[in-house]
Design a protein around this ligand. Structure first.
Ligand code: SF4
Length: 455
């Protein structure tokens, strides 16, 4: 369906540099904090220096427009010599007395990992024998992986620490591991499950904790309402199955399968027609639920919206960067819509990324260039060579889009130069319609430099 670009062969580009320029990725604690913030009355505690919590809080505030309670053990130079046990013990006691949380989710940092603090032992010693509060320690060294690794490690730590097999029958619920997606996405997935009448446990759920309503009286609680109840995380061992929406966050699903025989499904993110079809089929397969007409009508509306805009979008060159699960799903959706995805870039390496893009290339006869584990400098170089009439990515792509004189449709995290992006879904049939409308309106509303088109 899409145009074939023979200018460059499909290959994974290796950067011929020893410096990284503008990488669209963040360190592990950022992701771990987002996983913890989706749990009811859970306070993330960063075991590291002040900036290791300030920087994630800054990104959360800019993206979600919410303040975030993130504690820090405030390590300084002396901790490098004497260790961080004293600071972490004090921090746990302070968080407990000031916020009275149900859980504290600890994530380590470059410094505490290099010192080699035994976080598990330190936190055990900091607890009184009759404490009901639970501590979840996750190892999130920032010199390995990215924010996605941090999310995955924290989610696995939550499930490994809490999940327990009950004595009765399965709970007739489906576990959904979200990964780093937006509150709007979670609400759309919940809506689909409600229509299908499928009970669920979200691991975890930021749809309310990071999109908090101001209720009559104007009072916002110190720790927001919402989030997954710890009792539900315990119960996740008794579910009918687990679906990881983002495969980069799938290790908790694999743990539940290996330890408690809860079947795990790690498939493409539900964006576009084929991927959402697969998601709906997986829900149906694990739960035994029928696929109701309401879902089929939403699917039909997506197909209709693709037909409606086909003459605007056919053959349009689009370059996409971001987290691998979202990028590969959007590449497939763009190909389904008749567009020409010229470049797919992610800073986080993942084993499924290149095979996903190659599968789209083979099915749709596209020629998408794959960039993996690289940065926006290299992305920009390839965009210049391959051409793009539209760029999709987070706010960090603004300069590339401005330089190329093309619009940037924002998705993913962080988006800090537009408001409200976190409120809307790009997932499921309805979210895909929204994404396609955003792309089409960006094309329609932009005046292109004719010298730069279809290079
Ligand atoms: S990279 Fe290391 S030092 Fe920098 S914010 Fe992340 S954890 Fe802290």
């Amino acid at each position: 369906m899409a145009l074939i670009n023979k200018s460059l062969p499909v290959k994974t580009v290796r950067k011929p540099r020893s410096v990284t320029i503008n990488p669209p990725k963040m360190c592990q604690p950022m992701g771990a904090i987002l996983a913890y913030m989706g749990v009811h009355r859970c306070v993330p505690l960063v075991h590291g220096s002040q900036g290791c919590s300030t920087y994630p809080r800054y990104n959360i505030a800019r993206h979600f427009r919410e303040s975030a309670e993130v504690a820090v053990s405030s390590l300084a130079e002396d901790a490098a010599v004497y260790g961080g046990a004293k600071n972490l013990t004090e921090a746990i006691k302070n968080v407990k007395s000031r916020l009275n949380p149900a859980l504290i989710g600890i994530c380590t940092t470059c410094m505490s990992e290099t010192i080699g603090d035994d976080v598990r032992l330190i936190s055990k010693k900091a607890m009184a024998p009759d404490d009901t509060m639970r501590i979840i320690p996750a190892s999130t060294p920032s010199y390995v992986g990215t924010h996605l690794t941090g999310y995955d490690n924290a989610m696995r730590a939550l499930v490994e620490t809490l999940a327990a097999k009950g004595k009765g029958e399965p709970n007739n619920k489906i576990n959904i591991i979200t990964g780093i997606i937006n509150p709007g996405d979670i609400r759309e997935i919940k809506n689909m499950l409600r229509i299908m009448n499928v009970n669920n446990i979200f691991l975890s759920d930021i749809s309310e904790t990071l999109d908090t309503p101001i209720m009559p009286g104007g009072h916002k609680p110190l720790l927001p309402d919402g989030g997954t109840e710890p009792s539900d995380i315990i119960d996740s061992a008794n579910s009918l199955g687990t679906i990881a929406i983002c495969r980069t966050a799938g290790s908790a699903a694999t743990y539940l399968q290996n330890k408690f025989k809860v079947p795990a499904v790690l498939a493409e993110a539900p964006i576009g027609v084929a991927n959402t079809d697969r998601f709906v089929q997986n829900i149906s397969m694990l739960s035994g639920a029928f696929i109701p007409d309401e879902i089929k009508k939403d699917r039909g509306r997506l197909i209709d919206s693709m037909v409606d805009v086909h003459h605007y979008m056919y053959g349009r060159k689009v370059a996409i960067f971001g987290d691998p699960d979202l990028v590969s799903a959007i590449v497939r959706f763009c190909a389904e819509a008749g567009m020409n995805p010229t470049v797919a870039m992610t800073a986080t390496k993942h084993k499924d990324f290149a095979p996903d893009i190659k599968a789209v290339n083979s099915e749709y006869k596209t020629d998408t260039q794959i960039l993996e584990g690289t940065d926006l400098y290299e992305f920009h170089e390839v965009v210049k060579a391959q051409g793009a009439e539209l760029i999709l990515g987070n706010s960090k792509g603004k300069d590339v889009a401005d330089d190329e004189g093309v619009p940037l449709v924002r998705f993913g995290f962080p988006v800090y130069d537009r408001v409200g992006v976190y409120r809307y879904s790009i997932m499921g049939y309805n979210g895909s319609i929204y994404l396609l409308d955003q792309m089409t309106n960006a094309i329609l509303g932009h005046k292109y430099d004719p010298n730069k088109l279809h290079q």
